[in-house]
Design a protein around this ligand. Structure first.
Ligand SMILES: [Fe+2]
Length: 321
């Protein structure tokens, strides 16, 4: 019999069938297993998973107190107004969330991503972005700690497909941009959970660890059936046009168009995200401040990006098809 318990109730002798939580929070080491020692207990208690499902036929149960039913994981919080567009966008995110969990579970297990499933996720997000961009970005903008990585990946996917279409790129390229957006931060699954979930500022040592995620992601994607463009975005989305980014310090023309697009969409979603401990910029503030970051972005693309999302900019216009 399976029983769902709080991770803090984990103890030696339990058999863990599976764990629940945001996909990015399920540790890369996780397999179904018996908890044999204190280290295994601590590993589960200190993780960011939301619940543990144990098999009572294969191991012991919890000893302390009744097991309180746990609330189901939330996909996203949003406006309470009965808005049909919001309801459709939420449904998109619910389906996408489930598929993304499977894709990332495959990656953690060293299995191959199902290209059809990945394509379906990108298509679903791209269609939602085409028909109800305000609702989709409105929901993904509000990010709880648990769902930040998932919603950030979906938002970057949505923004990259939207911007790719705006630039009149062909549909295959738009699809690849979307997949690159979904997977650009996949290397974060290798980061320690205490760093990934830490609110506020990080120490220099912690920053150095976080900065390994593009290389780690690239390493993970080398064994996956994805295009070189998706790998390129994963490895280089933190590069800057002036060569002061990482990990390779590429500059100017060394950055592909896909990488330049990803850098803009990634930062835009991060700075406009609403989170409990930091100020969220409006789209207009993001435009003004990102424009002032000299050397960070491709300025032609940056101007076009803000036109594409409806923030007026005198500096750019949509390119001719
Ligand atoms: Fe990143």
């Amino acid at each position: 019999m399976l029983l769902r318990i709080d991770r803090r109730q984990a103890r030696i002798g339990m058999f863990v069938d599976h764990v629940e939580g945001a996909w990015i929070d399920v540790p890369i080491w996780f397999r179904s297993h018996r908890i044999d020692d204190d280290a295994a207990v601590a590993r589960i208690r200190d993780s960011r998973i939301s619940a543990v499902v144990i098999d009572l036929d294969k191991g012991v149960g919890p000893t302390q107190g009744p097991v309180a039913p746990l609330a189901p994981p939330k996909v996203a919080a949003a406006s309470k107004a009965p808005d049909p567009e919001m309801a459709k966008a939420k449904e998109t995110l619910r389906r996408t969330h489930s598929a993304m969990r499977q894709i990332f579970a495959a990656i953690r297990d060293g299995a191959t991503i199902d290209p059809g499933q990945a394509r379906a996720v990108v298509d679903e997000v791209a269609v939602a972005m085409r028909h109800r961009p305000r609702a989709l970005l409105g929901i993904t903008r509000l990010k709880s700690k648990d769902e930040y990585s998932f919603l950030h990946s979906v938002a970057v996917c949505a923004l990259m497909t939207h911007f790719g279409r705006f630039l009149h790129l062909d549909e295959d390229m738009v699809q690849q941009l979307g997949l690159a957006g979904l997977l650009h931060d996949i290397g974060k699954v290798t980061l320690p959970s205490e760093i990934l979930g830490k609110p506020g500022s990080l120490s220099e040592e912690e920053i150095e660890i976080v900065r390994t995620h593009p290389v780690e992601g690239f390493r993970i994607l080398q064994s996956q059936d994805v295009s070189d463009m998706v790998r390129d975005v994963c490895l280089h989305h933190h590069e800057r046009i002036d060569g002061r980014g990482y990990p390779d310090g590429l500059e100017g023309d060394q950055l592909s168009q896909a990488v330049r697009i990803s850098a803009i969409c990634d930062v835009y979603d991060a700075v406009t995200s609403i989170r409990p401990y930091k100020e969220a910029w409006s789209a207009k503030t993001a435009y003004r401040r990102m424009w002032e970051w000299d050397g960070h972005f491709d300025r032609v693309l940056l101007g076009q990006f803000f036109v594409s999302i409806g923030v007026t900019g005198e500096t750019s216009r949509r390119p001719d098809p």
